[in-house]
Design a protein. Structure first.
Length: 375
């Protein structure tokens, strides 16, 4: 097959975004992203991630036809945090051809070598705080909001390029009617009274209070996940950038603090699975997306549990049991039945066991982060 790989200039980002559609044209489980959101994510001037990171986009082409794409990414904040020289790749798409995949990976690898990196890890789009990892099991259903999706053969292509698993991430399905129990209700009620636990929703309407809540969430996020594999603290600008996006789709009933004697102990963020609406927006346009978000609200029967964290000093109070109970009650009030807890690190045994015991969660999808040395 005659083809070439070229590095893209900033003005070619539209072609990089638009080519994704050709790889999923006949896949009913693919959820088209909003093209406007992808432009914002890749905008090195507007996205504050690029204040400490660089990205280079590549396309593999056969004449005018795109055969694949990849992004090479440096993240200096990651390197400072973990004391390594790891570079990253992301936004990978490819026809089922090992030669094309190899050429794309080698182009990204050469660019990262030129930046002084010793390993390449991914996929991350463009970081672990964004959509990340390759789907390797659970292709029978569409992805939930802000989770990735790809053809099964991508794993073979990457492994054929020398990548090996470095970490698996799990998604768990939760059926509200299965996990709600009298035992959990009694237990959480005792814990609430013993520790004086209350729930406070994030205030989306009061601008000043919302900003204070964002600062509290930032503190919890950066402290509660500090020891997690691959974790990098979000900068203030990154957090504000992310919060502005999530505010557009978040529901106050699924965005709340757990407080113990009036002091913040934890935070919960669930998002309505708007992928159940956007899956109908096959063109990825903003007008079509808005129309489907407005007219297909009845399609949303699932919430994705994105963040469920308790500060270290409160982890033995049982505050997590209160959060488990509370999310079930609130999902019920919103007329939803299902939830997905994602993603969970494979070695986060405590969280995985808690989900399985307290919420009767079942493993539904496996995502994989790959890595290879650069030589």
């Amino acid at each position: 097959m005659g083809f070439s790989v070229r590095a893209l200039a900033a003005g070619d980002v539209g072609k990089f975004i638009n080519c994704q559609w050709q790889f999923y044209r006949n896949d009913p489980n693919w959820v088209p992203p909003l093209k406007m959101d992808r432009r914002k994510l890749l905008d090195t001037k507007k996205n504050p991630f690029y204040q400490h990171a660089e990205i280079q986009l590549f396309l593999a082409e056969d004449g005018k036809k795109v055969l694949g794409r990849i992004a090479a990414i440096t993240n200096e904040l990651h390197n400072q945090t973990h004391g390594d020289k790891v570079g990253f790749f992301g936004f990978f798409e490819c026809v089922n051809d090992q030669q094309v995949a190899k050429a794309l990976v080698e182009s990204a690898a050469a660019w990262l070598l030129g930046k002084g990196k010793t390993h390449v890890r991914g996929p991350v789009n463009p970081s672990m705080n964004d959509e990340c990892a390759l789907l390797v099991d659970g292709f029978d259903t569409p992805p939930r909001v802000l989770m990735t999706y790809n053809p099964p053969y991508y794993a073979d292509l990457l492994e054929g390029c020398g990548f090996r698993k470095v970490k698996d991430l799990y998604a768990y399905d939760i059926d509200r009617k299965v996990y709600r129990s009298e035992k959990l209700e009694r237990m959480q009620d005792l814990i609430r009274r013993r520790y004086d636990i209350t729930i406070r929703e994030v205030d989306f309407k009061n601008k000043a209070q919302f900003q204070r809540d964002i600062e509290t969430i930032k503190m919890i996020y950066n402290e509660a996940w500090e020891d997690n594999w691959g974790f990098v603290k979000l900068t203030d600008d990154e957090f504000d950038f992310l919060a502005a996006d999530l505010k557009m789709i978040a529901n106050p009933k699924l965005t709340y603090f757990v407080e113990i004697k009036g002091k913040t102990a934890g935070f919960f963020l669930g998002l309505p699975d708007i992928n159940q609406q956007l899956i109908y927006n096959r063109g990825g346009g903003i007008l079509g997306g808005g129309w489907h978000l407005l007219t297909k609200k009845s399609k949303v029967d699932t919430a994705r549990i994105v963040i469920m964290g308790v500060l270290p000093e409160y982890r033995r109070t049982g505050a997590d049991a209160v959060m488990y109970y509370e999310v079930g009650k609130r999902v019920d009030e919103l007329g939803m039945r299902y939830g997905e807890a994602s993603w969970i690190l494979e070695d986060n045994v405590e969280m995985r066991q808690a989900l399985q015991r307290a919420m009767k969660a079942e493993l539904s999808k496996t995502y994989r982060i790959y890595e290879k040395p650069l030589t």
